[in-house]
Write a new protein. Structure first.
Length: 115
């Protein structure tokens, strides 16, 4: 049977892992065993948190919209319901930006609902 030397492949794989863990703290950037474990956890968290990020931003926008609505005597749920009834198609991200940066425009949207 022919002898198979696997040094190049192993070295390449280890080098790849260590390259990806550059910037990690302590031995997790230089020791292969620790780096491999740290990278596995990092990739898992990054996948999970890409989904979580969307949830967290939506919650933030809802809080910002609710705070702005309360200034004009509206509750968040009544405001959103009113938007759907009047067929005003602004998503929560845009509404939160309006509430935070352009209060006069947000006020016009609220007046539209009061009609």
């Amino acid at each position: 049977m022919v002898r198979v030397k696997r040094g190049k492949t192993s070295h390449k794989r280890r080098k790849k892992v260590l390259k990806e863990t550059k910037g990690f703290r302590w031995g997790r950037k230089s020791k292969y065993k620790l780096a491999k474990n740290a990278l596995q956890h990092a990739l898992l968290h990054s996948y999970r948190d890409r989904k979580r990020k969307k949830r967290e931003f939506r919650r933030l926008w809802q809080v910002q919209i609710n705070a702005a609505c309360r200034k004009f005597g509206f509750a968040y749920n009544k405001f959103i319901h009113g938007l759907k009834e009047k067929n005003i198609q602004l998503d929560r991200k845009v509404l939160a930006q309006l509430a935070k940066d352009h209060l006069q425009i947000f006020e016009k949207v609220v007046e539209k609902l009061k009609e």
